[in-house]
Every structure is written in structure tokens, then in C-alpha cells.
Design a protein around this ligand. Sequence first.
Ligand code: DQA
Length: 154
Amino acid sequence: MSTILLLNGPNLNLLGTREPALYGSTTLADVQALCERVCQTAGHSLEAFQSNHEGALIDHIHSAGQRFKSGELLGVVFNPGAYTHTSVALFDAITGVAPMPLMEVHISNVHAREAFRHHSYVSPAAAGVIIGLGVEGYTVAVQALLRRAPNAPR
Ligand code: DQA
């Protein structure tokens, strides 16, 4: 049994009440429960962490890298929130723990929004990018990581 880390960045703790027209009415706790169910069905577990602080997210990526190396962690599903568009430090953290796979998720279609959301510092370091599928994107990302598990059914 391995673990997937679900990481969420700034303001995603407000999911469910924050701009519901854009992000929907599902809460972060609901998203976590949904992803946990997908992991458990495949015989794996999920851990979740949300922070509004860049350094805390970086620390979690570093420790995820160590746990990936030891075979304990399959990878990370990460919605970096607005840090997507600003953070060279997150890019460096993810490349620093290569080849740990990290799936970048955005609930909204950032390319259909303001120009400042069109660029991601995270995408070039990510194993995959899922954009605009709503909260369902998280489970798609979890499934993509599960398929990379050493004993996953092909
Ligand atoms: C987001 C998109 C970002 O531009 C925004 O800052 C967020 C959420 C999304 O999931 O669509 O906080 O990452």
C-alpha cells in the first residue's frame, strides 16, 4: 500500500463558498473524501494538506520527494492556487525532487480567464496538468497517479 498526497494552495480552504460560479459548491473536505475513496478502492491511501503559505507547500513537496524515494508515496496531486502564476520557488521545489510525479490541477479553466492566469510556473515541472474539469479534475489526477503504481492493473 502506498500513499498519494493531495496538496492545495492558498484560498482553496474556502472551496464551497468562494466564488461558487467559478469553483462550484463542493468543499475541500468533500474533495478530500472523494479522492480518498478513489485511493482506497485501489488499495492505497490519501493524505491531504492545504496551506495559504508558500514555504509550507515547499516543505511538503520536499518531504514528499523523500517519501517517493523510499517507495512510500506514489506522487502528489497539487492545486497551487494563485502561486501557480507567481512562484519560481514552487517550480524549483518540484524539479528538486524529480522524478517524483506531480499532477497539477486547476478547477477552473485558467486559459478562459484573466491573462495573468495563463502562465504557470508549475506546469513545466509537472508530470501532467488537468485544467477546467471542476473538482472532478482532482480524481482524474489521482487516477493518473494510481495507474503509475508499480502493481497497478494495466
Ligand atoms: C485555481 C486557479 C488560480 O488562478 C486561482 O488563483 C486559484 C484556483 C483553480 O483551481 O482554478 O486559486 O488554481
